[in-house]
Design a protein around this ligand. Structure first.
Ligand SMILES: Nc1ncnc2c1ncn2[C@@H]1O[C@H](COP(=O)(O)OP(=O)(O)OP(=O)(O)O)[C@@H](O)[C@H]1O
Ligand SMILES: [Mg+2]
Length: 259
């Protein structure tokens, strides 16, 4: 579904992404991990279209997309969730999810919040799609409450629901578990696993190798802009180069590897 070929992105002297090739199959949940500054966010932005590579190509369903704008990529079926949750205050969970039916650019997205047309909010087809996205993400009991009243874990689920509302084929997630505690992390990993069972394709950028290991089929490890390992979660966790480069220490008892 997604194929990256020898992608390069530099910032001055820093080769943030340095010749990365990777492919994600339809129905796969791929984890992308690496230490601070490894190039994860840069790679994410290259796929989402917020950055352009200096070299290399990105194929999505057989189509070259590396020169397309983010909104054009969204229309092809690539949805993203940002690390920071963008919520429209004074709007319910349902209304916040409905916004995702449209492929806004970041800029338009903020503008839309300020003057979201009434007919759009009341559009039955969009409402129906949002309801279904809310059901898939387990947010039904909170559909009609103000979105800002939700705890962070549910706000993250809301972001995923919003992305689903646009009917994407590929979902890019940037550190969805950041800032979440035990129970919320578990609920999020269950949600991702459920979407996976539905056959959904996802690329999950994460810091927490424990979280990634619970949900990903395969994991790619980046370090200094390059792929240093790729394989099943178990293979990657046992890989010495990964332990040295990414972790600098051995796994803790609970399987969560920290510095
Ligand atoms: N806009 C930018 N301008 C200059 N340098 C940048 C920019 N974005 C990233 N970099 C540099 O590129 C390298 C990769 O950064 P990136 O943010 O992609 O890493 P990361 O793996 O997402 O790290 P983290 O885990 O800290 O989020 C780093 O050395 C970073 O300082
Ligand atoms: Mg990052």
């Amino acid at each position: 579904m997604l194929q990256l070929e020898r992608l390069v992105k530099t910032f001055g002297a820093v080769r943030a992404v340095d010749g990365v090739s990777l492919s994600v199959d339809a129905g796969e949940l791929r984890g992308l991990i690496g230490p601070n500054g490894a190039g994860k966010s840069t790679l994410f932005s290259l796929v989402a279209g917020h950055l352009r590579p200096e070299a290399g190509s990105i194929n999505f369903e057989g189509r070259r997309i590396e020169r397309l704008r983010p909104a054009a990529r969204a229309r092809l079926g690539i949805a993203i969730t940002f690390q920071t949750v963008h919520l429209f205050r004074g709007m319910t969970t349902l209304e916040n999810v409905m916004v995702g039916a449209h492929s806004w650019t970041d800029h338009e997205f903020v503008e839309a919040a300020l003057r979201l047309p009434r007919h759009f909010r009341e559009e039955p087809k969009i409402r129906e799609r949002a309801r279904s996205a809310i059901a898939r993400t387990g947010l039904e009991p909170w559909a009609d409450v103000p979105a800002e009243s939700l705890p962070l874990g549910r706000q993250r689920a809301l972001q995923i629901a919003r992305a689903l509302c646009g009917n994407p084929k590929l979902l890019l997630l940037d550190e969805p578990a950041a800032g979440l505690r035990g129970e919320e992390r578990r609920e999020l990993s269950e949600l991702l696993a459920r979407l996976c069972e539905e056959g959904f394709t996802m690329l999950l950028v994460e810091h927490d190798i424990g979280f990634v290991s619970r949900v990903a089929h395969r994991v790619t490890v980046l370090d200094m802009g390059r792929i240093i390992a790729e394989g099943s979660p178990a293979e990657v966790r046992a890989n010495e180069a990964v332990i040295v480069a990414y972790l600098g220490s051995v796994p803790a008892d609970d399987g969560a590897i920290s510095r």
